[in-house]
Write a protein that binds this ligand. Structure first.
Ligand SMILES: Cc1ncc(COP(=O)(O)O)c(C=O)c1O
Length: 368
């Protein structure tokens, strides 16, 4: 049996999760605060973790709500701000779950092209000048999912200026910010303008996804409104998970975990880039400076549906580019390197290249 190799899942492999650190954080949480850990708690999240997040972002605790994963934070924000028919700007391509969630709410989703240095701000400006009035622009600024691209400092400024002028909120969705393995970090748009931006992040990529802890930072009045939605949705998020994360962060284990994850991702991204350049020279990509993902473009006309099937026959999974757009992207794919070892990447790319040759070789050559 061929060993399956998945470039599909945006999740870490077990070897880069600090299981021991989590076990001892859990032990400390139950020992030091048994009452707080085992009670319902409150819908704003576990207060000590909320305070830790507030301090990290230099905001007041009233500006923070801690949720069961940042997907939950996204859902609360959309419930608070987006009504059916409201225009929401998203990047093209963008995270498939956000796209789905917005469409399920009945939002009028407008995609604006993503470039290697972030959303095409000129194209966005043209859309705004033409009279479109968005409620929200959803932006994944660092190591974007699915493209791996990062928004430049200049574009962050221009985006904020457009948001102020045209009175829409920027939703800065930033779960990968800590995972930079090359170059220098850009300031968050939240730190540049706390009135215009609502910020989300997560411990899924720095601690582990199973812990399900994420958060929102925004104006206190909006967070208060979202807190009411949270109360009526689930009374409170998991105090157990949040107390564990709190201990993990305050003990310094978070910083160690981030270093482990970044070192592994740096090696995996490089292995993937080298293997693609060697085995699949038709693949165009921008080597990411951090995060989990690489966006691969094959020559126009390449049939990624056929490639998907041929790769699956060889035990290799990826996500088709078309899943991240409203239409098009038929010759693109997303490769996640977060859950595969360098050896699996080498082998996976060899099989992918073999599948690609199979889909591009004329039928007559097969018969020969
Ligand atoms: C851009 C983006 N936002 C949100 C999420 C959801 O993260 P969480 O696990 O915190 O719900 C992901 C997960 O892959 C993501 O890529």
């Amino acid at each position: 049996m061929t060993k399956p190799i998945s470039f599909a899942r945006g999740a870490p492999s077990l070897d880069i999760v600090d299981v021991e650190g989590l076990r001892s954080a859990a032990d400390r949480a139950f020992t030091t605060d048994p009452g707080g850990v085992t009670a319902y708690g409150t819908s704003i999240g576990y207060p000590p973790l909320r305070a830790w997040i507030a301090e990290r972002h230099q905001v007041k605790p009233e500006q923070v709500i801690v949720t069961n994963g940042s997907m939950q934070a996204d859902a609360f924000l959309f419930e608070a701000l987006v009504s059916p028919g409201d225009v929401v700007i998203v990047e093209r391509p963008t995270y498939d779950r956000t796209l789905l969630s917005l469409r399920q709410r009945g939002a009028d989703v407008r995609m604006v092209e993503l470039e290697p240095d972030g959303i095409d701000v000129g194209a966005l400006e043209r859309v705004l000048v033409a009279g479109v009035k968005p409620k929200l622009a959803h932006i994944i600024p660092n190591f974007q999912n699915p493209a791996g691209y990062t928004l430049s400092a200049d574009k962050r400024e221009r985006l904020l200026a457009l948001a102020r002028e045209h009175e829409f909120t920027i939703f800065e969705d930033d779960p990968y910010v800590e995972l930079r393995f090359d170059g220098s970090r850009e300031a968050t748009m939240l730190s540049m303008d706390g009135d215009t931006v609502v910020y989300a992040s997560s411990f899924s990529k720095t601690v582990c996804p199973g812990i399900r802890v994420g958060y929102l930072v925004g104006p206190a009045e909006l967070i208060a409104r979202i807190t009411k939605i949270a109360t009526s949705t689930y009374i409170s998020p998991s105090m157990v998970s949040q107390a564990i994360v709190n201990e993990f962060c305050r003990s310094g284990a978070l910083e160690t975990s981030i270093e482990t994850v970044k070192a592994a991702l740096r090696e995996r991204a490089k292995t993937l880039a080298d293997a693609l350049a060697r085995e699949l020279p038709d693949a165009q990509f921008v080597a990411p400076q951090g995060g989990y993902f690489m966006w691969v473009e094959l020559p126009p006309g390449a049939d990624v549906n056929a490639l998907f099937t041929a790769a699956a026959e060889r035990g290799v999974q990826f996500v088709k580019g078309s899943d991240f757009v409203l239409d098009g992207a038929g010759s693109s794919l997303r490769l996640a390197y977060s859950g595969v070892t360098p050896e699996e990447i080498e082998e996976g790319v060899r099989r992918l290249a073999d599948a690609y040759r199979d889909t591009t070789t004329p039928r007559s050559a097969h018969a020969a």
